[in-house]
Write a protein that binds this ligand. Structure first.
Ligand code: ADP
Ligand code: MG
Length: 497
């Protein structure tokens, strides 16, 4: 459907402050029926806060909202949904034990009739799924669904409430590329039916594929809204970070030194098969491959998180007996996992407590914690990593993804590791924060550390690595030494096997 010019949704002068932070400083946004509006900005720019205002989770300090030119009176999530808005947050609201059908109509009983008419529900759910062109059995409990399927159920739920404005906050972050394609088909289907979509994502390629316009926020302010057809990637990045990035990857003088980490014949079941490689001092070794190629499983063996069935691990000429993460950490090997939410941070704790958690042994003497030392050390990292927090007592769960990732980094850096293994270090974080993490990787390499970076982002692999290993079905099936003249196609060819 061709988007009409009259806005479906208008948000004007929206302001919202939290203690110590002006999260939204007069934001304007408009959305037309049948269009996809990408909402972009670095971590902490205010995207989620703006969405929560629209979704009725936060009351704005100032500003107006209009839907079809009328104030929809959004005071709560319920009134927002009654006004035709559906927000699909990253954490889904589905109840695992209930079936797909039950989840879709959950909370709508009252509006249907005196009693819940399940046959009628079944028919309506089928219609919704037909409309979205998807086939999921309505009687399946939601706990058995993949993330992608749960997302579709959330979308169906939104439609069952007659949502005309659907907001998706980083819907693709946890999807495989096939699932993203399917999601895009659903999005196109929705827009063709006149639904307006606000789409938040850090994957710029996606924006160019799916969005009609982009609205960019920076530090709580509206920078600009542009038609996607009128801008390119470089311009978009410039709008987001507020300056021209000469390159997305910082320059580095790389001259790897002596061999440090030597892995031989590492195996575990069908996941990791006879993997051997080495990493030099000052070297950034990238390991890439398709999701499921065994990369994470392999480094977990080095870190002692899983038991290896065979193989040896040597650091600086000394054979290590690693049976647990504790052994690995003691030997100077650190693993920064891709899932910072479950493995890296305690979201209910303050950022400074999170920093202190793994460091207790080092910072405590005579059995008590030396609070002063830890505070100073943490303050140092906040500064050098440019971590944006109003104060050290801020709960980790309230921070944006990029800042959470930096806290995890700070936590490990304070341990003085010799081998640093990063598993997807920049997943889900914005270009500006990515750049700072790249600078940090380079700095660590310059100090002579051995760095392993698992990444699925081929531009990142090509932009950062001294050497690239490609894994497929648990084995290393390719090595690229001349990274400067390598191409994405070449890596993909290897990765498919
Ligand atoms: P984005 O979604 O663009 O990454 P957010 O809207 O999450 O940005 O955050 C905007 C700013 O508001 C950040 O500085 C963040 O730390 C702060 N913030 C967000 N939610 C809260 C909260 N509940 N309490 C305190 N500060 C918050
Ligand atoms: Mg956010």
């Amino acid at each position: 459907m061709i988007a009409t010019d009259a806005p479906l949704l208008e948000m004007r002068g929206i302001e919202k402050s939290f203690p110590g932070v002006r999260a939204l400083d007069g934001i304007d946004l408009n959305l037309r029926a049948g269009e996809v509006l990408a909402l972009l900005g670095e971590n902490g720019a205010g995207k989620s806060t703006l969405i929560k205002v629209l979704g009725g989770a936060y009351r704005p300090d100032a500003g107006e909202i209009r839907i079809d030119g009328i104030d929809p009176q959004i005071h709560s999530p319920t009134s927002s949904s009654r006004a035709g808005v559906a927000v699909i947050y990253q954490e889904f609201n589905l109840i695992p034990a209930l079936t797909v059908r039950e989840n879709i109509f959950l909370g709508q009983e009252k509006s249907t009739a005196w009693f819940i008419h399940s046959r009628d529900e079944h028919r309506r759910a089928r219609e919704l799924f037909d409309r979205l062109d998807i086939s999921i059995d309505l009687q399946t409990p939601c706990r058995e669904l993949s993330i992608a399927q749960q997302q579709v159920v959330e979308i169906a739920k939104a439609l069952s409430l007659n949502a005309r404005i659907i907001v998706m906050d980083e819907p693709s972050a946890t999807l495989t590329s096939n699932e993203v394609e399917r999601l895009f088909r659903v999005v196109k289907e929705l827009t063709s039916q006149g639904v307006g979509i606000i789409y938040i994502s850090h994957r710029l390629e996606e924006i160019f594929e799916i969005a009609d316009r982009v609205c960019v926020l920076r530090d709580g302010r509206h920078v600009d809204t542009q038609r996607v057809a009128d801008i390119d990637r470089a311009r978009l990045i410039e709008m987001m970070v507020g300056r021209k990035l000469e390159s997305e990857f910082p320059e580095r003088d790389s001259s790897p030194g002596k061999q440090r980490l030597v892995i031989e014949h590492l195996s575990r079941g069908q996941k990791v098969k006879d993997v051997s490689f080495s990493v030099r001092a000052g070297e950034v070794l990238a390991i890439t491959g398709l999701v499921g190629a065994g990369r994470s499983e392999m480094v977990r063996l080095i870190f002692g998180a899983d038991r290896r069935e065979s193989g040896s691990i040597e650091l600086d000429g000394k054979t290590l007996d690693i049976r647990s993460p504790r052994d690995a950490i003691r030997a100077g090997i650190c693993l920064l996992t891709e899932d910072r939410k479950t493995q890296g941070l305690v979201l209910r704790h303050s950022v400074r407590d999170n920093f202190g958690l793994p460091n207790l042994t080092r910072l405590s003497r005579f059995g008590w914690i030396r609070g002063g030392t830890e505070r100073e050390e943490f303050a140092g990292y906040v500064k050098s990593l440019k971590i944006k927090i109003p104060n050290h007592q801020q709960l980790a769960g309230n921070l944006s993804g990029g800042n959470q990732q930096k806290i995890v980094l700070a936590k490990w850096l304070a341990r003085h590791c010799e081998v640093l293994i990063f598993d997807e270090p920049t997943r889900g974080i914005d270009v500006g924060a990515k750049y700072e993490i790249y600078l940090l990787l380079n700095r660590l390499a310059a100090q002579g550390k051995a760095i392993i970076m698992i990444s699925s982002e081929l531009p990142e692999v090509l932009g950062m690595a001294d050497r690239i290993l490609v894994m497929h079905e648990g084995r290393i099936i390719g090595e690229i030494n001349d990274v400067a003249s390598a191409t994405q196609e070449q890596i993909m060819q290897l990765a498919i096997g």
